[in-house]
Design a protein around this ligand. Structure first.
Ligand SMILES: Nc1ncnc2c1ncn2[C@@H]1O[C@H](COP(=O)(O)OP(=O)(O)OP(=O)(O)O)[C@@H](O)[C@H]1O
Ligand SMILES: [Mg+2]
Length: 436
């Protein structure tokens, strides 16, 4: 017969003397409780609501993770196109609060943990980070999970291993949410097609009207000029001058409408960014001025030349300026700052930023503003297409468009387009005829 000690060892798996037996048993029970808790949390994490917003998802994961691993804040980061969106949750008793950080990235497909941590370090300099990748079932990187620790302490090896295991399970849930959002976006895009057809019809109509107005306006301007000459020093001269100047403005608007609606004008050519700003301000500067908005310009002295479609880039500038105008509605000292610059990174970029001191964008809206049909304006005012069309145009030019904002303080949109050196003529002078 087996001795009692041996039977106990076989039954419990604990190899020890009788003295430490109870201590080891207690330890084993604790370990099992811990493992059960971990399984329970992992099980909960696979049940993330598919229709939840990313802020809600981040706070949910943070709440579950905090049952297993200590940390100060938690970040769910997703990589979409050339932007990195981090949803950072912190416990502010009694609930988890989430803030959003959106950053453009240089090499999205090859984005690694070190690049992510550089972004985090810049935003949270007093923290240390433990990050793991989030992968799809095809092993593609969807994003990252990060634990933020205030001060020196970081996750230990056992916690990192558990965090990695959890990320594997969360990856599946996140992939499902992304698929669900893609389907919703597809439905939205179908609606956008219908809307685009309507817009095209309106565009055609506007072009027709502009064409009709062009001839009578030419006659009005000609006659006004003749009368102005006749009443050169008379009391009617200022009135005639006013009629003439208003006529010139109307002509400019009509001309812009005409060129805007001509499809063949979408041909690419060598353009100077500063000239385009002048054209756009000629078109809508008056509208901004009557809204009481002060426009400040900080233009670069370099030649900001790029290869693109004049009318499409003008459309982007108009969309950004009109959005700024809307955001400034009812604000004190409304102001728009237009800045142009040359940005030399690995490649050279022609840059423009439009900053307003308006209502700002709510952090949870920031990742959505470029989606078709996302609008916070009443339906008669906004279609929610301005920024999605602008982003489409920018990307078709090989450029980038991104936003930053602080609620009730400012919004700033930055447009970057690949710089193209202008061709020089025989005397070494830059020409406007083409890019080098
Ligand atoms: N400068 C800004 N300040 C504050 N919010 C902005 C700014 N620009 C854009 N937004 C927000 O982004 C949303 C989407 O902008 P977008 O230009 O795509 O559509 P819209 O202006 O609402 O409608 P549309 O341009 O089609 O008339 C706006 O509804 C607004 O909430
Ligand atoms: Mg708009």
């Amino acid at each position: 017969m087996l001795p009692k000690q041996e039977i106990l060892q076989k039954l419990t798996g604990i190899h020890s003397s009788r003295k430490t037996y109870y201590a080891e048993l207690a330890f084993l029970i604790e370990e099992m409780k811990k493992k059960n808790k971990q399984l329970e949390v992992i099980n909960q994490l696979t049940k993330i609501q598919i229709s939840a917003s990313w802020q809600e998802v981040s706070s949910y994961i943070a709440a579950q993770l905090s049952l297993l691993i200590p940390f100060d804040s938690f970040a769910l980061t997703l990589v979409k196109g050339s932007t990195l969106s981090s949803y950072i949750s912190t416990l502010e008793q009694p609930e988890w609060r989430c803030q959003t950080l959106v950053k453009p990235v240089k090499h999205p497909p090859a984005l690694g943990l070190d690049q992510l941590e550089n972004v985090m370090q810049a935003a949270f300099p007093a923290h240390r980070f433990t990050s793991v990748s989030l992968r799809s079932h095809l092993n593609q990187v969807l994003g990252f999970l990060t634990l933020l620790h205030h001060g020196k302490q970081k996750a230990d090896a056992e916690e990192v291993a558990l965090f990695r295991l959890i990320a594997e399970h969360v990856g599946v849930a996140i992939e499902n949410i992304i698929l669900f959002q893609d389907v919703c976006e597809k439905v939205g895009l179908e609606a956008q097609l219908v809307q685009s057809a309507k817009m095209a019809a309106i565009g055609e109509m506007a072009a027709g009207i502009a064409h009709e107005l062009n001839s009578p306006l030419t006659a009005i301007l000609g006659n006004a000029q003749l009368l102005m000459r006749e009443a050169a020093s008379g009391p009617l001269h200022p009135l005639m001058k006013d009629i003439y100047q208003c006529g010139v403005r109307c002509k400019k608007i009509i001309q812009n409408l005409l060129t805007f609606s001509r499809q063949e004008e979408y041909a690419f050519e060598c353009l100077a960014l500063n000239d385009l700003i002048d054209d756009v301000l000629g078109l809508i500067g008056y509208q901004l001025a009557v809204s009481g908005i002060e426009i400040q310009q900080k233009r670069s002295s370099s030649t900001l030349s790029f290869h693109g479609s004049r009318h499409q880039i003008e459309q982007v500038l108009i969309n950004l300026l009109l959005n700024a105008r809307d955001a400034l509605n009812g604000r004190e000292h409304p102001q728009i700052i237009i800045e142009t610059f040359l940005l030399e990174e690995e490649a050279a970029w022609v840059g423009l930023s439009i900053r307003d001191n308006g209502a700002g964008i709510q952090p949870e809206h920031l990742p959505q503003i470029f989606q078709p049909f996302f609008t916070t304006k009443e339906s008669a005012k906004g279609t929610g297409l301005g920024l999605s069309v602008s982003l489409g145009i920018t990307e078709s030019h090989g450029g980038r468009l991104f936003a930053e904002s602080e609620r009730n303080r400012y919004s700033k949109f930055t447009l970057l387009l690949p710089f193209k050196k202008p061709k020089e003529d025989a005397d070494g002078e830059e020409t406007r005829a083409g890019c080098g």
